[in-house]
Ligand binder design. Sequence first.
Ligand SMILES: Nc1nc2c(ncn2[C@@H]2O[C@H](COP(=O)(O)OP(=O)(O)OP(=O)(O)O)[C@@H](O)[C@H]2O)c(=O)[nH]1
Ligand SMILES: [Mg+2]
Ligand SMILES: [Zn+2]
Length: 362
Amino acid sequence: MNESLSAFPHEPERTISDLGWSDFFQGQCTAEDLENLLPARVVSMHRGHVVVSTGSEEHLLPVADKGILRLNEQPAVGDWVLLEKSTMLPARLLDRTSVFKRLAPGAGKGVQPIAANVDTVFIVSSCTEEFNLNRLERYLCLALDSGVEPVVVLTKADLAEDPQNYCRRAETIRQGMPVMAVNGHDPESVKVLEPWCRPGQTIVMLGSSGVGKTTLLNALNGSNIHKVGDVRKGDGKGRHTTTRRTLHVLPSGVLLVDVPGIRELQLHECRDGIARAFADITELEQQCRFADCSHENEPDCAIRMALQDGEVDPRRVDNYRKLLEEADEGLQAASGKQRRNAARAAIARRRGAGRKPSGKRR
Ligand SMILES: Nc1nc2c(ncn2[C@@H]2O[C@H](COP(=O)(O)OP(=O)(O)OP(=O)(O)O)[C@@H](O)[C@H]2O)c(=O)[nH]1
Ligand SMILES: [Mg+2]
Ligand SMILES: [Zn+2]
């Protein structure tokens, strides 16, 4: 296949285990499936097609024609599909161990999967003015919603006087969450990430554009094959460079998904993730007198009392409420799309039955 599309140019042949195949996926295949179908992992997403790898070969699956439409769900990088050996068309999308979603950009576009079958998420931020606890919490909600434990990676440690200070602040958002400061230009420095870089494990990197995700990929890859952004003059921020989600196999055997920087990652209806990320606050909430307490002026409000006593950080309470509100909006946006889809399907059914939509206004 065209080399520029290949996620693994000049790489030796691999087996599906090298790509993260496990008993979980094997268990979803009958003996007959394994005879007629070929497992393949989605390694990159493009405008008109997705690229899947069987380990030994890569195939393009067109999104537009019946190729992908045969699948019951939109695939994401990291997904496992079964291809029909005779046609190399996808027959089935396998159940996922985890999936990361976001609200698709643009009004009413619904929820979009970003990556699937992920074991660890690297929430990537930097030891610069980009560092922001509210943003880290946003990513944390998303990670916990998909049931994946996060590691915070703070890049550009070389640019900060006291990188450990950034680490200490990041550690306050979740007890026991690993936080690592690294210099992405120094391969020695990124060795602290080795405990998560195990063969067959899948890691997705999430973080704003220019924080240094691709630089980190290169450092872990021991080479410089992927383009990183230049530093823009003026604001010192990186330029948007990574344009597609791609899964890379690194020398350590880990599978690392590089995602284009998400400008403003909008939460979908990830209420579970929010509840987990803010467990201290949701526990307090249960002690409020009213179950639907807004924590503004109701009597016996446990949150207000805790704020007065300095037991919780007002920033955290604020961000919790903001993210909850956003998740509710996300839910409405997604269900709005479902409603529209249902309406379209109904029109298509009427057309199919030989009747035209009446076109009358109600
Ligand atoms: N000093 C320093 N610069 C870094 C570090 N990591 C990344 N950079 C620089 O930051 C800029 C952006 O890095 P990228 O790796 O392209 O950032 P990215 O997160 O992949 O950005 P998108 O692809 O847009 O999402 C580049 O100029 C890097 O050289 C670091 O640890 N230290
Ligand atoms: Mg990048
Ligand atoms: Zn309350």
